[in-house]
Design a protein around this ligand. Sequence first.
Ligand SMILES: NC(=O)C1=CN([C@@H]2O[C@H](COP(=O)(O)OP(=O)(O)OC[C@H]3O[C@@H](n4cnc5c(N)ncnc54)[C@H](OP(=O)(O)O)[C@@H]3O)[C@@H](O)[C@H]2O)C=CC1
Ligand SMILES: O=C(O)C1=N[C@H](C(=O)O)C[C@H](O)C1
Length: 278
Amino acid sequence: MTNQSTIPVIVNGAAGKMGREVIKAVAQAPDMILMGALDTSPEHQDKDAGELAGLSEPLEVPITNQLEPMLGYVAGERQMAPGVMVDFTHPDAVYDNVRSAIAYGIRPVVGTTGLSPEQIQNLTDFAEKASTGCLLIPNFSIGMVLLQQAAVTASQYFDHVEIIELHHNQKADAPSGTAIQTAQLLAELGKTFNIPQVEETEKILGARGSLAEEGIRIHSVRLPGLIAHQEVIFGAAGQIYTLRHDTSDRSCYMPGVLLAIRKVNQLKSLVYGLEKIL
Ligand SMILES: NC(=O)C1=CN([C@@H]2O[C@H](COP(=O)(O)OP(=O)(O)OC[C@H]3O[C@@H](n4cnc5c(N)ncnc54)[C@H](OP(=O)(O)O)[C@@H]3O)[C@@H](O)[C@H]2O)C=CC1
Ligand SMILES: O=C(O)C1=N[C@H](C(=O)O)C[C@H](O)C1
């Protein structure tokens, strides 16, 4: 049974690793209804989204690659709450997907990483002009929010820090969106980290990782067998303080995704980061 508070949800990237988890989570949420499942992958066209996600019953929602007709269809729905598009696609696709959703009045909840700072600024301006809520969430797990909070606390007392992020080797973007956000949060303190103690030479290019904001270095590891992991390592004379988060199953992101779907309809602009809506 749907009513004015039921949230119609479109999942973009529905056949992917995260998309399938989101389909299951939305199907089990009493206040949501899956209205569309988008994916460009040719082998999954027209398959039932529920069956593809491993549910025992079909959801009668076929996978399609027709974004604009789907946005128009959900935008025309007047018996329910405004529609939400959850995006877990690809760094090359997410910017256009979000622009299209906002243009149709559909609220984006974006997990896809790899947007450039300029793209994030453009989407911020676009959402502001449209007075439409939009959530960009580099990491939906509560454990990562807690790690980042602990890292911000530690960074007040340590002047040296490096980040190591480790992911499966199907990941398209590096460094991870989470590592970039973590460095940004530490940089907000306004101090410069890792002032060089000696003149360093990289004998192999990249040996010291990528240089993010305020001197913070990020090292990216890609291996089969990994899912998503991050260490933030602080150093000072005579001590090392290490924070680590490990993902063992993508279901860890689902409470955050469902929270974001519920919150985005209360927003009138773009908000970046799960910590802002907890
Ligand atoms: N914020 C968070 O907490 C998390 C974020 N992520 C991010 O989410 C994104 C997706 O991750 P993941 O599910 O592992 O990736 P997958 O590759 O498993 O899934 C992505 C899916 O999107 C499809 N796709 C690609 N381009 C488009 C498009 N233009 N429109 C619709 N579908 C498209 C892909 O099809 P095809 O395979 O044919 O290209 C694929 O089926 C990544 O950016 C990742 O970093 C991941 C985990 C958590
Ligand atoms: O690609 C992934 O898997 C993940 N991507 C996000 C990122 O780039 O930070 C979130 C999480 O690390 C998993």
